[in-house]
Design a binder for this molecule. Structure first.
Ligand SMILES: *Cc1c(COP(=O)(O)O)cnc(C)c1O
Length: 370
């Protein structure tokens, strides 16, 4: 049996990506810049409904530059969702700032707005990083309102949620800064890449400046600040432009995968499949289950799937439980920890056929003896 993957790159069957790459080759716009970078930025901005974007080499770089542009300096506090991938918080440490981790709410698995408000009052942070985990929207409008009221810069980590629409607005466009990732397993990929989004032109211009070694506008190479080599290449941007043509198709397939699991497991009382809220169109980047059982653990389902050559993955281990971050404060109870202990990400690869999906369903059901 062929291996079923959690999520893997899925190029368009039409070959759009190669057309843009060939175009770059023909014009010898291989690197560093070229039409694909400019167009990819414009096309993403138009699609999500934001004024300005900067194409970068990763989502992590985008978070790093957002923190710099937010004015985060050594010793400043940055509030951060604890239930996330480590890339959300690593850039806080690059700047020698101090993360404080915030628990999730059970519904969206994302930041609990009540905890956010209390933490802002207690810690007086410079910035807050909210995440739309697995493509499910955070209560980002409430969080934005709280941040505005307290003068805290909101950075929206939409690395996993391109295509998720909350209250008729694309995730990644609520915050002072939004970031997207085009890493290999994200809903669309450029092989590796990221983007910073903002309605503030000055900030995005500054991001481009920092991402190209902070070179001043002189004929010679003049430098007044420390910069980075974070810009996206023109070849990579070509893959991104091609992938944009199939984003909606990928969202629909992710939603089909979710529906299949949801319907297959809805009569099993021990299984809960996490679902989008009322005001939301989730991209369901990864369909995720919670197991409410004293006898069946996520590891048992993981092992059973693995025995059938099917990949699954535990829910992100919360940052406040990571050894590397053990010295930092945490605000909350055990919501994220419980999701980690009871959760499992099911295969959500858009290349799966309905037969593949049935294979996954059958193995999961067998663990629950159904
Ligand atoms: C993937 C991811 C990132 C980082 O993006 P890269 O492009 O891999 O650097 C950041 N945050 C979250 C939540 C992610 O899933």
């Amino acid at each position: 049996m062929e291996r079923i993957l959690l999520a893997s790159p899925h190029m368009s069957k039409e070959g759009y990506e190669l057309e843009y790459i060939h175009d770059a080759f023909d014009k010898n716009w291989i690197a560093p810049l070229g039409e694909n970078v400019d167009k990819f930025e414009q096309e993403v901005a138009e699609l999500v409904g934001i004024d300005h974007t900067a194409a970068l080499d990763s989502g992590t770089s985008a978070i790093h530059l957002a923190l710099k542009l937010a004015g985060v300096k050594q010793g400043d506090i940055v509030l951060c969702q604890t239930l996330t991938f480590v890339a959300t918080v690593n850039p806080v440490l690059y700047e020698k700032a101090v993360p404080v981790f915030i628990d999730s709410e059970p519904g969206s698995w994302n930041l609990d707005p009540k905890l956010v408000e209390n933490a802002i009052i207690k810690y007086k942070p410079k910035a807050l990083i909210a995440v739309h985990l697995y493509g499910l929207a955070a209560k980002i409008d409430e969080i934005k309102e709280i941040c505005e009221r307290h003068g805290v810069v909101l950075i929206e980590d939409a690395a996993e949620s391109l295509g998720t629409i909350y209250k008729n607005q694309w995730t990644g466009t609520f915050g002072d800064f939004g970031i997207y990732s085009f890493n290999g397993n994200k809903i669309i990929t450029t092989s590796g890449g990221g983007m910073l989004a903002s309605n503030n032109k000055e900030m995005i211009d500054k991001a481009v400046f920092y991402s190209t070694q902070a070179r001043e506008q002189e004929i010679h190479y003049e430098h007044e600040e420390i910069g980075y080599n974070y810009r996206m290449s023109n070849i990579v941007a070509g893959i991104g432009r091609g992938q944009l043509n199939v984003l909606e198709e990928r969202v629909q397939q992710k939603r089909h995968i979710f529906e299949t699991y949801y319907n297959a497991f809805k009569d099993i009382p021990e299984i809960e499949i996490i679902r989008e809220g009322d005001n939301e169109r989730a991209n369901y980047w990864l369909s995720t289950m919670i197991i409410h059982s004293d006898t069946i653990t996520p590891k048992m389902v993981y092992d059973a799937l693995n025995d059938h050559n099917i990949e699954s993955r535990p829910v992100w281990k919360p940052m406040h439980l990571q050894p590397v971050f053990k010295d930092y404060d945490f605000v909350g109870t055990n919501v994220a920890e419980e999701l980690f202990n009871k959760g499992l990400c099911l295969p959500s690869d858009t290349k799966m056929t309905d037969e593949d999906l049935q294979r996954v369903v059958d193995v999961v059901l067998s663990v629950f003896e159904r």
